[in-house]
Design a protein around this ligand. Structure first.
Ligand code: SF4
Length: 118
């Protein structure tokens, strides 16, 4: 998780986070705590809190746009692991929470560093 993500969390509070049920600890080798998920199809589950609006994953800690963390970070699903910071869906999630695209934040930081270095 990037430093910017620790001050965001918008993706965990914008979309349904679903994945194959065998990623849960109800299956041998699964890691995501099954009690934190709800079934959405016979084969897929979603993180509790992301299946209905307003979306907010039950594992998300902290305040979106301020300081956040994932309470099951090491055991999070492939859907969470494959989410790409800075892509279009990231920008969409951030916009839903009134946050600028990550690229704008990084540009601002580069500007600050340039001023400090100069
Ligand atoms: S499990 Fe963790 S990373 Fe995945 S949506 Fe929930 S809070 Fe975010």
């Amino acid at each position: 998780m990037s430093e910017a993500c620790l001050h965001c969390g918008a993706c965990c509070a914008s979309f349904r986070v679903s994945f194959y049920w065998a990623e849960t600890d109800a299956a041998e080798g699964g890691a995501v705590p099954a009690e934190l998920t709800v079934p959405v199809t016979p084969w897929r589950v979603a993180m509790r809190g992301t299946e209905t609006a307003p979306v907010r994953c039950v594992a998300l800690q902290g305040e979106v746009g301020q300081q956040v963390g994932c309470s099951i970070y090491a055991a999070r699903s492939s859907t969470c692991r494959e989410f790409t910071a800075g892509d279009e869906r990231c920008a969409d999630a951030r916009a839903r929470h009134g946050l600028p695209p990550l690229s704008a934040v990084i540009d601002d930081l580069h500007g600050v560093h340039a001023v400090l270095a100069g």
